[in-house]
Design a protein around this ligand. Sequence first.
Ligand SMILES: Cc1cc2nc3c(=O)[nH]c(=O)nc-3n(C[C@H](O)[C@H](O)[C@H](O)COP(=O)(O)OP(=O)(O)OC[C@H]3O[C@@H](n4cnc5c(N)ncnc54)[C@H](O)[C@@H]3O)c2cc1C
Length: 385
Amino acid sequence: MAQQREYLVVGAGLSGAVLGRELAEAGHRVRIVEARNHIAGNCHTERDAETGVLVHVYGPHIFHTNDTEVWEYVSRFEQFRPYKNRVKAQTGGRVFSLPMNLLTINQFFGKTLRPDDARAFIETQADLSITDPQSFEDQALRFVGPALYEAFFKGYTQKQWGCHPRELPASILKRLPVRFNYNDDYFAHRFQGIPEAGYTAMVARMLDHPGITVALNTPYDPAMADTVDHVFWSGPLDGWFGYDIGRLGYRTLDFERFTAPGDWQGCAVMNYCDADVPWTRITEHKHFAPWETHEGSVLYREFSRAAEPGDTPFYPIRMVEEKALLGQYTARARAERGVTFMGRLGTYRYLDMDVTIREALDAARGVLTCLSQDTKIPAFFSQPT
Ligand SMILES: Cc1cc2nc3c(=O)[nH]c(=O)nc-3n(C[C@H](O)[C@H](O)[C@H](O)COP(=O)(O)OP(=O)(O)OC[C@H]3O[C@@H](n4cnc5c(N)ncnc54)[C@H](O)[C@@H]3O)c2cc1C
C-alpha cells in the first residue's frame, strides 16, 4: 500500500460515509466531522417516539438504481426490502394515479380508452401550435394540453419552485409525461427497495470501521485542515468560501408533523396539485415499511419555500443567476489546494442516492490512483457544471 494518509471528511451523509469507508478500507485514517447531531445526512431515518414508526426525517427516500455495483454495495451494509414507490395525486377534489397513466387519463376524462386511443386522444389535447417551447408551461401544454397541465402541473410546480411555470426552463419536462398503460410504478429502475432498519442504520455500518472516527455536532473549522493530508468537503460549495460573493439559491422544505390512528391516507405519498392547498404533499411514513405493524401513524405535510441562511438546503435552483454564481465558485474551487468538493451540496446538483454513491466510489478510486501516481487530488471528481 502507498503510505498511510490522514483525511478529513466534512459531512457524514452518503457521500462522506462511502468515501470514508473506501479510504479506510484502503488503509488510510479518516476523520469525519458532522455539523448535525446525527449521521446519514438528508437520508436520515429515526423512530418516531410516539408511534414507533420509522420516519424519513428529511422527506421520503426510496432507493432505486440500475447500477448493479451500487446495489450490491448498499446491500452489503443493510438488508433491503423490495419497495415500489407508487404515488397518488389530488386535484380538483379527486384522487389520481401518478405519474399520469392510462388510469389517470381515463378517470380524469371519464373515458375507457385503450392505449392507442389514449395516445391519439392526448394528441388532440396537445397544443401543437407551440413549435419551439421555451418554458416549462409551453412544454407541458405542447405535450398534454391545457386540461392536464392545469390539473396536475401548474399549481404543483408553482408551489414547489415558488415561481410561475412560465419562468422555468422547458428542459425540466424532457419527455411526454404520460404512460399509455396501467403501470403506476414511480421509478423504472431494476433494483428498488428500502433498507429494513432504515438508512441511518445502513450508514452506521458503513462508518463502523477501525480506520474511521466520527464527531457529531462538529461543524468544520478551517484549523482542522492543518492537521490532515487532504479535506473532502460534502458541505455547500459556497459555504467553503464563507458565502463571500453570495449564496447559491436553494429551495427548502418545512415539515408539519401530525399523527393519526390506523391508516390515514392509505399510501406513502399523496401529492396535492391545487394551488390553493399550501402543501405540496403528505407523506405517511408507516407505508415505507409495510413489513412492520404499528397502531398509530405519523405523517408530514410538506411545504416548499426559498431557503434563507440557516435553513436546510434541499433542492438547488440552478437558474441563470445561480449558474453564473456557480461558475465563479467553481473556478475558485479549482484553484484551491488540499480540498475536494463532492456530493449534492459540494457540487450544487440534485443527486439521487445511487448517483451519490456511484460518485463517491469513483472519487475514492480516483484518490487512490492519485496516491499511487503521486499526482494532485483534484478539486472535483464530478463537475458541478
Ligand atoms: C426531499 C428529498 C427527497 C429525496 N428522495 C430521494 C429518493 O427517494 N431516492 C433517492 O435516491 N434520493 C433521494 N433524495 C436525494 C438524497 O437525499 C441525496 O442523494 C443524498 O442525501 C446525498 O448525500 P450527500 O452526502 O451528498 O449530502 P447530504 O445528505 O446533504 O450530506 C451532507 C452532510 O454534510 C453536513 N455538513 C454540511 N456542512 C457542514 C460543515 N460545515 N461541517 C460539518 N458538516 C457539514 C450536513 O449536515 C450533511 O449531514 C432526496 C432528496 C430530497 C431533498
